[in-house]
Design a protein around this ligand. Sequence first.
Ligand SMILES: Nc1ncnc2c1ncn2[C@@H]1O[C@H](COP(=O)(O)OP(=O)(O)OP(=O)(O)O)[C@@H](O)[C@H]1O
Ligand SMILES: [Mg+2]
Length: 229
Amino acid sequence: MIKLNKVTKRFGSIVALDNISFEVKDGEFVFITGPSGAGKTTILKLILGQIVPDVGEVIVDGTDVGKLKLKDLPSFRQKMGVVFQDFKILPERTVDENVQVALAVIGLSKTEWDVRVKHALKLVGLSRQINLFPSQLSGGELQRLSLARALSVNPKIILADEPTGNLDWQTSDDLMKLFQKINEEGKTILMATHNLEIVKKHKKRVINIVGGKMENKTKNQKSEIEPKA
Ligand SMILES: Nc1ncnc2c1ncn2[C@@H]1O[C@H](COP(=O)(O)OP(=O)(O)OP(=O)(O)O)[C@@H](O)[C@H]1O
Ligand SMILES: [Mg+2]
């Protein structure tokens, strides 16, 4: 379970998050929505332990993330797969190697790596592209590579930051189907997005952040957030 308890995060004079509280249960698929600068990425970074809250607690599976020691962060992060906005894809490495990078931290044998990489790439439909370089992939394929890398470590939780950014509707929809499938396989998904079309189509719970504050309580989303026409 992921739990934010009265979390406030400031960057200098900017209050990025102001008294945010919510829970995400195991196996849930939750959207974090809100305009640019609302604080969505900040929430994901707090959960990942990249930054610590000024006030309040971030708890993941009983662990107080803000209190983790630096040396305990890598093993803590193994429970999370991250699909972030800026891809963090290494341009000079092949598709295969980019997925392997994620596995480098967890100390598996080379044979196990190969199996995991092949499995993850197959799942996202990139088996044929295994030896290509990122510059040879389309935007949608890059996004799927990012997801494959996140999945390769077999995390319980997937944190996705605007994974459909810059994709056309069809490609976004295909990618969302993948997330849906992964969720049905039992993974918890927390996805930040301002793509309200997608949010509307997938009837998931929505946490809406505006100016660092929670706009709506975490209700079951139906019509509480309607995309503006
Ligand atoms: N490291 C940082 N230093 C200073 N300010 C920061 C830092 N990280 C975030 N902020 C500020 O905190 C606020 C929230 O940023 P955040 O990246 O969480 O927004 P977001 O909702 O993800 O926006 P977007 O939809 O554009 O990605 C913004 O005003 C941003 O400028
Ligand atoms: Mg962001």
